[in-house]
Design a protein around this ligand. Structure first.
Ligand code: TYD
Length: 198
């Protein structure tokens, strides 16, 4: 099964993902952006204040396509548990926010449409919920995506995604202390795996 972790920067998602390695030593742990050269291209675009927002969406999407064919689909075909730190919802939430002011009329629907044609949706998604101010302060606002005003729109997009598919998401309160967040994520994954196996 495919479980993804999502949330704003500074939500503690990566810490939780790392903690899960010990609990599920046989699972495949992966992330987006990936460490491939597609991922490098994504990071290069993220570092460019003037990057074209649509071009950037396609770089992220190219990285996702490669991630799917190289890592995610083969692992799922082997019956592995795959846990990804960020996945398609990051595009729906972040790039829809970046493209809000663009000529695209409904960026979130557009980006979902692109993915629908080729992607493999997660079986479950753990959403680490944190307010944009805390997220921006924790993340240190080192890249253009980490500013509070931008993260406010990203969070609204995540809420729209959760409203559209409430059963896929498990919401965890990420304003709690990190050790409590890790524990809540671990318990959620345990329940999801058990329900999937039943
Ligand atoms: P992340 O790996 O969470 O941050 P870090 O490199 O600090 O560990 O993600 C990097 C940034 O990329 C983050 O600000 C969110 C952004 N992002 C998108 O905008 N769209 C995407 O599809 C993905 C996967 C990430």
């Amino acid at each position: 099964m495919l479980i993804t972790l999502e949330g704003l920067d500074g939500s503690g998602k990566t810490t939780a993902w790392e903690a899960l390695h010990d609990v599920y030593p046989d699972a495949v742990f992966t992330r987006e952006p990936t460490e491939s050269w597609y991922g490098d291209a994504v990071y290069r675009s993220m570092g460019d204040e003037d990057a074209d927002a649509l071009a950037e969406l396609f770089l992220f999407t190219a990285d996702h396509a490669d991630h799917l064919s190289r890592v995610v689909r083969p692992a799922l075909a082997e019956g592995e548990l795959v846990v990804s730190d960020r996945y398609s919802d990051s595009r729906f939430a972040y790039q829809a926010a970046t493209l809000e002011e663009s000529e695209l009329r409904r960026p979130l629907d557009y980006i979902r449409g692109i993915h629908a044609a080729f992607s493999r949706p997660p079986d479950a998604t753990i959403y680490l919920d944190v307010d944009p101010e805390t997220a921006a302060a924790r993340a240190g606002a080192t890249n253009k995506f980490e500013r509070a005003s931008y993260l406010r729109t990203v969070r609204e997009n995540y809420e729209r995604l959760i409203d559209a598919e409430p059963h896929r998401f498990v919401r965890v309160d990420a304003t709690e202390p990190p050790e409590d967040v890790v524990e809540m994520v671990e318990r959620s994954v345990e329940r999801l795996v058990r329900e999937h196996d039943d």
